[in-house]
Design a protein. Structure first.
Length: 116
């Protein structure tokens, strides 16, 4: 059974930083494009960032220059370093692993709250 387990969320003040992790199991991690998505209150889920199996990255405009996605294939883990956090970054952050349209998996999410 494929598992994606996110960790690292929490409460942080505006301007602060958090590092999310997503540990994957039961997939050939190195083949997958890994991504982070988020869903804020009363909003649709949206792309935050992705990293391909070759290490190419893509970011939503609203996080460019603030967030960094990275992966460690030896640890089957993808990270999201979030800096200069804003209240509008408050959301549940979800990890995604995609190889094909069929091989597309989601974690359960981790809550990030940015508030003073």
């Amino acid at each position: 059974q494929v598992q994606l387990v996110e960790s690292g969320g929490g409460l942080v003040q505006p301007g602060g930083s958090l590092r999310l992790s997503c540990a994957a199991s039961n997939i050939t991690f190195s083949l997958y494009t890994m991504g982070w998505y988020r869903q804020g209150p009363e909003k649709q889920r949206e792309l935050v960032a992705t990293v391909t199996n070759r290490g190419s990255t893509n970011y939503a405009d609203f996080v460019k220059g603030r967030f960094i996605i990275s992966r460690d294939n030896a640890k089957n883990t993808v990270y999201l370093q979030m800096n200069s956090l804003k209240p509008e970054d408050t959301a549940v952050y979800y990890c995604n692993a995609q190889f094909t349209a069929f091989h597309n998996y989601w974690g359960r999410g981790t809550q990030v709250t940015v508030s003073s």
